[in-house]
Design a binder for this molecule. Structure first.
Ligand code: SF4
Length: 181
């Protein structure tokens, strides 16, 4: 049987969700028997191929124009799109900045933090991604087929979702799977 092709990328994240995916430990070996990874943020190939893939996984919220382009490309090329983690599903911790004006956020980040060198300025190069006024969850921008919340989701929840999908079932995530002790 042909392997399921998988592409994944991260948007506005701390990367913890992808670390949780790696936390499935030796199940990665089992996973690779069924799944072919075509692109990811930590491999040479970063973009899903034009020919498309079976499953796309996005972590992180959409906070700037670059992240929106990444999400739209993944949506166009993946038959099934899954969001993983509270940032992708709800906006998560990234959306805390939605209470502030973008200029305030940039000034705090680049000029006012306690560790910032005096005299620092907000970078304004047109090559830098443009921060949006509001952080959005992925499904506020593109259609999402499955959400897996959590910050990050426990690796057993991710493994359960993956194995259910591979078995041709829609994963139903219980509270038990999503809780932390
Ligand atoms: S949901 Fe939590 S772990 Fe995942 S990227 Fe956001 S802050 Fe990091």
């Amino acid at each position: 049987m042909a392997k399921v092709t998988l592409c994944t990328d991260w948007l506005d994240v701390c990367s913890g969700c992808h670390m949780s995916l790696l936390d499935i430990d030796e199940n990665i070996v089992e996973l690779l028997k069924h799944v072919q990874l075509l692109s990811s943020p930590i491999t040479d190939l970063k973009h899903p191929p034009k020919e498309g893939c079976d499953v796309g996984i996005l972590t992180g919220s959409i906070s700037n124009d670059h992240q929106e382009a990444v999400a739209r490309e993944m949506r166009e090329r993946a038959k099934v799109l899954i969001t993983v983690g509270d940032c992708a599903v709800f906006g998560g911790i990234c959306a805390m900045r939605n209470f502030f004006d973008v200029e305030e956020v940039l000034r705090r980040g680049y000029v006012e933090t306690e560790s910032t060198e005096p005299g620092s300025a907000i970078p304004r190069s047109p090559e830098i991604a443009k921060l949006y006024p509001q952080v959005r969850a992925v499904d506020q921008v593109v259609k999402v087929d499955l959400h897996i919340p959590g910050c990050p989701p426990p690796s057993q929840a991710l493994w359960f979702a993956i194995t259910e999908l591979l078995a041709g079932r829609t994963p139903v995530l219980t509270d038990e799977l999503l809780k932390y002790d």
